[in-house]
Design a protein around this ligand. Structure first.
Ligand code: SF4
Length: 446
């Protein structure tokens, strides 16, 4: 729970010595409350003040990172709704393999996970983790499969078994991968926690209902364990949605610490459509790590695209680097187009140019990630700014073409742009990118 300036002031020495750069302790406290200063700047702050402020600054949902380089993160969330601020860490997508699957299926799934990349608005989206589930009785085979999954995919794993022995052996084989250990065994915490800590893995605490889950989490916190996952054991999509929502609301609105941990969920309804529905629920409503039952690109593609949309920061438009892009293999006399650096606009326009079968230069000036009309209204996509960008990039020295196509929505700047770019002819393109192909065939590729 965030502290007010007055609450923080009571924790400070109150000598107004100014060594922190503020005139008074109260002024420094107000900066701390606004997250514009660090308690370390006060050399006289007591350890208790540092501890209280440190706890107050922790996100309501704990951030936990996975993988040897800890680049995959879950949790860290601050708000219930994206428009309140932003969501911090995307739902991690994992794909499951069972030890009872045929060797051919296991091999194909692991290689498919390793190679799968979905390109969306300049981002490469992948399957981030692999779950390895023990359904058979051979512990050694399960441990070997874990080792193989780690070796082939390079991903951190989620080990799932009801056997403590099997989990123990498998987790040792993948030591250093910062993976996850998950077992419904009642005695898992006391038996596996020391091993998980020693090997650098994270334990997922399982329970069949929310009260039991909160109780187990409280016990762990009281024992000084600050990093674990919550695993609610259910096959009901509605129960999962309800549990995720109650837990997230309790953590964020009521500052209920035992439920302030990332949620792990395994999906396996037996029906691809229901699996997809459950995964959509996880992505849209507070799932931290979502394990799909198998590798299916037809399922992954829409899920990863949905996730990208849910977890974009509403305060930061997605944008591409301002520069002159080569679409296809343009020659010096190829056509020149201009659009803004809003990612969606850029990829649609460049895609439509490519679809028309020509190569071209695409001029993309800095527009702070705004779309064409918004950028124009904000003065970021004017004749002057486009001409200035073309000069700065020395485009005229690299190409011989002097025809530039502007978006139809800013037809009004065509005259001024011709005045600003002596020797150039400005063509007004269509308003919608979908009409570019026809426009190119009629006016550009002639
Ligand atoms: S350095 Fe500490 S004691 Fe001195 S004014 Fe700043 S907050 Fe107060």
């Amino acid at each position: 729970m965030a502290l007010t300036g007055l609450q923080i002031q009571k924790l400070l020495p109150g000598t107004n010595c100014k060594e922190c750069g503020s005139n008074t302790c109260l002024a420094f406290a107000m900066k701390l409350a606004g997250k514009k200063a660090d308690i370390k700047e006060c050399p006289y702050a007591a350890d208790e003040a540092k501890q209280v402020l440190g706890l107050a600054n922790e996100p309501p949902v704990k951030t936990i990172a996975f993988g040897p380089d800890k680049k995959i993160a879950a949790g860290g969330e601050l708000v219930l709704y994206r428009h309140d601020k932003t969501f911090v860490n995307r739902t991690v997508i994992a794909v499951n393999v069972n030890d009872t699957d045929t060797p051919e299926k296991i091999e194909a799934t692991l290689h498919a996970i390793k190679e799968y990349v979905l390109e969306r608005v300049g981002e490469s989206l992948t399957v981030e983790m692999v779950a390895v589930t023990q359904l058979g009785a051979d512990h050694k085979a399960f441990a070997s499969l874990a080792e193989k999954a780690r070796h082939i995919t390079g991903r951190p794993l989620i080990l799932r078994s009801s056997s403590l022995e099997a989990i123990r052996e498998a987790s040792q084989r993948i030591a250093g991968s910062n993976s996850i250990i998950c077992t419904p065994a009642a005695e898992s915490v006391e038996n596996l926690l020391p091993l998980a800590v020693e090997l650098g893995h994270t334990l997922a605490v399982s329970a069949p209902d929310l009260d039991t889950l909160a109780g187990k989490a409280s016990t762990l916190r009281e024992a000084g364990v600050s990093s674990f996952l919550l695993h609610f054991e259910t096959h009901s999509n509605s129960e999962q949605l309800q549990t995720n929502s109650i837990a997230r609301r309790s953590a964020i609105k009521d500052n209920f610490k035992p439920l302030g941990f990332p949620f792990l969920h395994f999906i396996d309804t037996g029906n691809p459509m229901d699996d997809t529905t459950a995964a959509v629920t996880e992505i849209t409503k507070y799932g931290s790590i979502c394990v799909l039952p198998g590798f299916d690109p037809a399922q992954l593609s829409p899920l990863l695209t949905l996730r990208l949309n849910i977890f974009t920061d509403p305060q930061k438009p997605i944008q591409v680097e301002p520069k002159v892009y080569a679409v296809g293999e343009p020659a010096p006399d190829s056509a020149v187009f201009v659009t803004t650096n809003f990612s969606l606009t850029f990829f649609i326009v460049s895609g439509e140019i490519e679809n028309s079968g020509i190569s071209a230069w695409l001029v993309v000036p800095e527009c702070e990630g705004m779309s064409v009309l918004t950028a124009w209204a904000a003065g970021k996509f004017s004749a002057g700014s486009i001409a200035k960008f073309i000069k700065e990039t020395n485009l005229e020295e690299k190409i011989t073409s002097r025809r530039i196509v502007i978006p139809g929505y800013v037809a009004q700047i065509s005259g001024e742009l011709e005045d600003s770019l002596p020797g150039w002819k400005v063509l007004v393109g269509p308003e919608e990118a979908a009409d570019l192909e026809g426009f190119i065939k009629s006016y550009v590729a002639v």
